[in-house]
Design a protein around this ligand. Structure first.
Ligand code: SF4
Ligand code: SF4
Length: 271
């Protein structure tokens, strides 16, 4: 227990805003091409680190006056703070003799890029989806608008992970409720890319996520503030700063569901 408190405290000192731990067995619902055990055969735990996207990084987009504020915050998980914190924590774990594999968010379309090295192994790349890892590590829930929501920041964060052979006591799955199915993310989308009438369900470490269906092709050409992935043109763009993501931030703050509070409301004008 003391060790767990210490590792979480260290991760925060290094720069993470959120830290959760999942047992590797909680990913057994995933196929080999997504399972962390196929990256690290002795994996026992996955430490998930969350990094907040400053609310101010959405401000220029929200006001319609400065689109570069979001890009300037470089919020992709390869941003230097995410890399450095994850790397430093991995180094710390390895200094204790526990192998630590740092993982960053990559689009699922980057799976199956190579040839399997043996019949019992999936083809590279094995990609663990960070939202599934964050859920397994008890950090929050996946909302109807397909954003990962935490009680601290709503949709405003990104995740990295470390797969390690050290067994850490896992955190409990998040039992609260953040998304209230308000539909504001869908209503704010000019392309009607989120369909409230069509609910898609997909498995999680415990239970199922229920999300509005999303027409990703519309998001790729969305002009309300998306950030395109620099690594794959087929990846789902980052939608947190787009109309749907900002509507969710405004709604969750207005309904007092987040612990990160501000002096002024995110959205003062009526949309
Ligand atoms: S990113 Fe744009 S197109 Fe996609 S759901 Fe959000 S507002 Fe709609
Ligand atoms: S806007 Fe409403 S329905 Fe959409 S994800 Fe946020 S809380 Fe859920």
């Amino acid at each position: 227990m003391k060790e767990t408190v210490q590792i979480k405290q260290l991760a925060k000192e290094y720069g993470a805003d959120l830290v959760g731990i999942a047992s590797v067995s909680s990913f057994d619902f995933l196929p080999p091409d997504s399972h962390p055990r196929f990256i690290q055969p002795h994996a026992r735990s996955v430490i998930v680190l969350g990094f907040r996207i400053p609310r101010g990084a959405l401000r220029g987009v929200e006001e319609g006056t400065a689109w570069q504020t979001m890009a300037g915050a470089s919020p992709f998980p390869t941003a230097s703070i995410c890399v450095e914190t994850t790397y430093r924590l991995a180094r710390y774990l390895e200094s204790k003799g526990w192998e630590a594999v740092p993982l960053f968010s990559h689009s699922p379309d980057l799976r199956h890029q190579g040839v399997a090295v043996s019949p019992d192994k999936p083809e590279p790349n094995v990609i663990l989806e960070m939202e599934l890892a964050a859920h397994a590590a008890g950090l929050g829930e996946i909302g109807r608008g397909r954003f990962f929501l935490t009680p601290e920041f709503g949709p405003r964060q990104l995740f990295t992970a470390i797969v390690t052979d050290k067994q850490w006591p896992p955190d409990k799955i998040f039992a609260g409720k953040i998304c209230d199915n308000c539909g504001k993310c869908a209503a704010s989308c000019p392309a009607k890319a989120l369909d409230r009438q069509k609910i898609l369900r997909f498995p999680l470490a415990k239970g199922k996520a229920e999300c509005y269906s999303l027409h990703i092709e519309s998001c790729r050409i969305c002009r309300t503030g998306i950030l395109q992935s620099p690594y794959s043109s087929k990846a789902e763009p980052l939608r947190i700063s787009a109309a749907c993501g900002r509507a969710c931030v405004a709604h969750l703050e207005d309904s007092d569901r987040l612990t990160n509070r501000f002096l002024f409301p995110f959205r003062e004008k009526k949309c």
